[in-house]
Design a protein around this ligand. Structure first.
Ligand code: FAD
Length: 497
């Protein structure tokens, strides 16, 4: 409520925000969490909370009147359609050179993501977070994150036989025939539940192709892991459909936080002002970077580091499809949860997830999301003319990612005598180089903050999300975001309270 005073305010309810809130509350501190998206706890007219991938509706997109599907075309035909404007779950946020997909709602990206929960290889860690001691991460904080998130691996014997992973078995076979290692990728999906889905004994979500717009049953999003533990402390209040618009020093100490309450059309219905002793920025790489860039430029937090907004990367994301021969059918039913990848990181700078194309029909396509060692980094800046934050990323900066992904797929195409699909991202467009699912950086650890996320210039302000990581994690990022947050909050609780 307006005028309230809270010890800790957390902006955002994704991985970083949940870690901060849980540990603060367990330490006996009252916490207010602010989330601009919805609570996602109420079924729609179809009896389900989340919409299916094949039939997007108003629940699917954040304040859009037309869907913006990552795969925009099929057989060259555009597949986007009109939907009512609504505070839906997936934000396709458009900057000049890239679309950044993000989750909106209680649980942040955990609501929409594939649940792939990958700890980077230790040999790569020095390039991911150069100022962090790998021993503490690999001995303490990665294990803690994996255990709290409920990370598990597909049963390889079941994988070998089940229809819904035929696409991944084709991916494994073709990787092997070209001499690339295929690795199983851990996930937070409840694998016992998926076995029952495949057997037809429980309501389906992964096997019904649910991904991108939420998962109704088997995925252990933050709503099933950190959030119940946060609520069980009795010390945390969560306000959804509330958006933080300003943070500035309060005259009596602490910080004044301005918050817009939104309706489901995205309009601000009221503005609230609260005071907080400490504020955690956990609005995601883009959300935190946008807020901090704006607050520094507009004089609300002028002493923030000049490193704010810098060091942003796309985790080298690039997508591609390949057309298989008829004997390599990938299956009409594909589990929406990927469980394997092709590792050519050391030799070629690419780690490619063998991803599903859950269309419900046989497509003979193999589809991949590659994470690559793209060296390009962009910067957020305040645009006073538009009153918005711009991002300097350019589409052409994806070329290194394409080149790295080609080290895998050119070879597989040569071995299999197959070609790339050119009908998934437009007409005659092979590479999905217009987007990222993995925004990272903008308030880089050890640059815009100290080595634990304390924002330079303002005691009591912290960044604790993907904004801390300088652009690349070599694998899918959320385990690293969670582990780093666990590390930082432990230090902050021990020394700042
Ligand atoms: P987020 O999870 O993005 O949380 C930030 C929260 O803050 C959001 O809920 C947002 O609504 C809220 N917020 C933002 N601004 C404000 C504001 N001003 N006021 C109030 N609230 C605000 N990663 C993996 O590791 N494995 C995967 O398989 C995977 N698949 C993905 C698939 C898709 C389609 C997408 C989009 C992402 C995927 N990711 C995956 C990425 C992963 O989800 C993100 O890296 C992760 O969620 C980032 O965590 P975070 O804590 O930094 O922020």
């Amino acid at each position: 409520q307006t005028g309230a005073h809270v010890p800790v305010l957390v902006i955002g309810t994704g991985y970083g925000g949940c870690v901060a809130a849980l540990r603060m509350a367990q330490h006996g501190v009252d916490v207010q969490m602010i989330e601009m998206g919805m609570a996602w706890d109420t079924p729609g007219a179809d009896g389900k909370i989340f919409a299916n991938t094949t039939t997007p509706d108003q629940r699917s997109y954040w304040l859009r009147t037309r869907t913006k599907q990552p795969l925009s075309n099929f057989l060259g035909f555009p597949i986007d359609k009109d939907i009512p404007r609504y505070t839906g779950i997936l934000d396709a946020e458009e900057f000049a050179g890239i679309i950044v997909y993000q989750g909106r709602g209680l649980g942040g990206g955990s609501l929409v993501n594939g649940g792939m929960a990958v700890t980077p290889k230790r040999e790569n860690f020095g390039a991911i977070l150069p100022t962090v001691n790998p021993d503490e991460m690999y001995n303490t904080y990665y294990p803690r994150a994996n255990s709290e998130l409920g990370v598990g691996l597909v049963d390889p014997a079941w994988f070998d036989t089940v229809d819904c992973y035929q696409f991944a078995r084709v991916g494994r076979k073709q990787a092997g025939r070209s001499g690339f290692p295929f690795v199983f990728v851990p996930d937070v999906y409840d694998w016992d539940y998926m076995k029952q889905e495949a057997a037809g004994t429980v309501p389906k979500s992964a096997v019904a192709g649910e991904i991108l717009y939420g998962n109704n049953y088997g995925k252990k999003s933050l709503q099933k892991t950190y959030v119940p533990r946060i609520m069980a402390t009795g010390r945390v209040n969560i306000s959804t459909l509330h958006k933080v618009t300003s943070v500035s020093p309060a005259s009596g100490g602490g910080y004044t936080v301005l918050i817009d309450q939104l309706n489901t059309n995205g309009d601000a219905v009221t503005t609230k002002s609260v005071t907080a002793d400490r504020v955690f920025f956990a609005a995601g790489s883009v959300g935190t970077s946008k807020l901090l860039t704006m607050l520094k430029a507009t004089g609300k937090l002028p002493n923030l580091s000049s490193e704010i907004g810098k060091g942003w990367g796309d985790n080298g994301n690039v997508m591609v499809g390949r057309a298989n021969w008829w004997w390599d059918a990938t299956g009409a039913v594909q589990a929406s949860i990927p469980c394997g990848g092709i590792d050519n990181w050391a030799a070629g700078g690419a780690f490619a997830e063998v991803a599903p194309l859950p269309t419900g029909i046989e497509t003979y396509a193999s589809f991949y999301l590659s994470i690559t060692k793209n060296p390009n980094r962009a910067e957020f800046s305040w645009n006073a003319a538009t009153n918005k934050v711009d991002l300097s990323w350019q589409t052409a900066w994806k070329q290194p990612s394409i080149d790295m992904a080609k080290t895998i797929f050119d070879k597989i195409n040569a071995t299999e005598a197959t070609i790339y699909r050119s009908d998934l991202f437009g007409v005659n467009k092979i590479w999905g180089d217009h987007l990222t699912y993995h925004p990272l950086g903008g308030a880089v650890l050890g640059k815009a903050t100290d080595n634990y996320g304390r924002l330079n210039g303002y005691p009591g302000l912290y960044a604790i999300d993907g904004s801390l990581i300088p652009g690349n994690t070599s694998v899918n990022p959320f385990v690293t975001i969670t582990a780093l947050a666990e590390r930082n909050i432990e230090k902050i609780i021990a020394t700042d309270l």
